[in-house]
Design a protein around this ligand. Structure first.
Ligand SMILES: CC(C)(COP(=O)(O)OP(=O)(O)OC[C@H]1O[C@@H](n2cnc3c(N)ncnc32)[C@H](O)[C@@H]1OP(=O)(O)O)[C@@H](O)C(=O)NCCC(=O)NCCS
Length: 169
């Protein structure tokens, strides 16, 4: 059975451990090893996660299967003071992908965003990530693209994708 729970600061080590397993597999054919290591530190160090949760109001959901953690999603309500909810991260262990857990996490965040009065879900995804097709499957459209410089000469080469929250999943 899949359970979705809200994470707290105490769950930071769980998020870090899941990311350390999922990230290298997800990006092995998309980013260099150097960029993966750089981004892991940039996004998942203790201080980075504490900033995201404590300062930038990112909320993390954790997915559990038989009491084991299998993935996470992070989101931010009222993104840039707009009626948008930004999905910052969604990562599932390779062995549970394709079993509907990603969709479950999106149903959960959609309910929370709707309850909060937001109207749009928005996210960035690497243009070479096959997750683009997952997002299309659950109703997202590509609305733009951007290359974001993240330091050390590295770029995030993303699509921006959005979906109206009211649209049935
Ligand atoms: C992307 C991800 C979150 C999707 O979650 P998931 O649990 O694997 O997807 P689901 O099983 O909920 O799939 C929902 C639907 O999308 C489809 N789908 C999922 N991944 C897909 C893909 N890569 N390409 C095409 N369709 C896909 C499924 O077939 C399913 O379709 P259906 O409703 O007709 O059965 C998950 O695969 C993952 O963690 N991937 C690695 C990390 C990653 O890339 N994260 C995104 C970073 S921006």
């Amino acid at each position: 059975m899949i359970k979705i729970i809200k994470a707290t600061l105490q769950d930071v080590p769980v998020i870090q451990s899941l990311a350390a397993t999922i990230w290298p597999v997800t990006f092995k054919d998309i980013l260099s090893q150097e960029q993966i290591s750089y981004m892991m530190d940039f996004m998942y160090s203790d201080s980075a996660l504490e900033q995201q949760i404590g300062v930038h109001h990112h909320q993390f959901l954790l997915a559990q299967q038989n009491n084991n953690y299998i993935g996470y999603l992070s989101f931010e309500l009222d993104y840039k003071s707009d009626t948008k909810t930004k999905i910052h991260k969604i990562y599932l262990l390779p062995e549970v992908q394709g079993q509907g857990v990603g969709k479950r996490l999106f149903e959960e965040v959609t309910a929370l965003a709707l309850q909060h009065g937001n109207q749009t879900l928005s996210l960035n995804v690497n243009r070479d990530n096959s997750a683009v097709d997952f997002y299309k499957r659950i109703g997202f459209n590509i609305v733009g693209e951007e290359n974001i410089a993240i330091g050390n000469g590295f770029l995030m080469e993303d699509y921006i994708m959005e979906r109206p929250i009211g649209l049935p999943m």
